[in-house]
Design a binder for this molecule. Sequence first.
Ligand code: VAH
Length: 319
Amino acid sequence: MTPKILIIGACGQIGSELTHKLRSIHGKDNVIASDISYNNLDIVNSGTFEILDAQDYTSVKICIDKHQINTVYLMAAMLSATGEKYPLKAWDLNMDSLFHVLNLAKEGFIKKLFWPSSIAVFGPTTPKENTPQYTIMEPSTVYGITKQVGERWCEYYHNQYGVDVRSIRYPGIISWKTLPGGGTTDYAVEIYHKAIADNKYECFLSEETELPMMFMDDAIKATLDIMDAKPEAIKIRSSYNLSAVSFTPKDMTQSIQKHLPDFTISYKPDFRQKIADSWPKSIDDSNAREDWSWKHSFSLDDITNEMLTNLKKKEVETN
Ligand code: VAH
């Protein structure tokens, strides 16, 4: 099947990089970017772009018909921090959009579907160290609840209707090309921007808050790896644990100081501390490594080097 790909939420942190990567592999004409608004001009101007409301079934179906789409990446969602400010909007956006693509897949309009889950499916009663694939899951955020329920529906549509939906539980993702929006792990991106701009950062999480994290290139690799795997290799149709590195704001500070010795950090935890405290510190992703040969590449120091180098280069180019 020659992939004809639609990315829903293509202007976002992951969606934008997924769009560029998939276009470099399959050609621009085979990858249609879409989002609710023109809020990423790089994406809007780099190939076919459609304004698309992921909560409008008819619009999604028309877009799929118009471009003869067979593969969909649903990257639109309201993340953990914003979701706590607008719980019912988060539920509606995250669930309506998933049901629309699952039903379009059930009806045969989508042959292969990617839907991102998150370590946010775990909650305060989940074992925090090396969290297993199968364990207690009592998420305490609306975002986490939508991801937990979404996983169950993905598995149900696969088992009942043969839908080829694949999913991974992303950790916090760090990138320099597009800012994240409304996540609890956003501090891990902000810190690099502030290090370059001000040589100091006020962190909204406490010093010892350890969270699972991943560089964007690793996240994109994992997404493509699971989508390229043979169907029989995908033994988990809810969502796979995925991991790379775990670290604290203190660890990040020490890594940044290897490049910027005078960089300083202060701590002013806010409502996002309670969210972060409900999540695991580290993840066991052995199932992904066994089933479809997942392997991460970037360490914390690699991430710091990539982020500082590219943000400095971007600053020079835009000034
Ligand atoms: C968030 N970046 O902070 C997302 C992610 C594991 C966290 O799902 O909400």
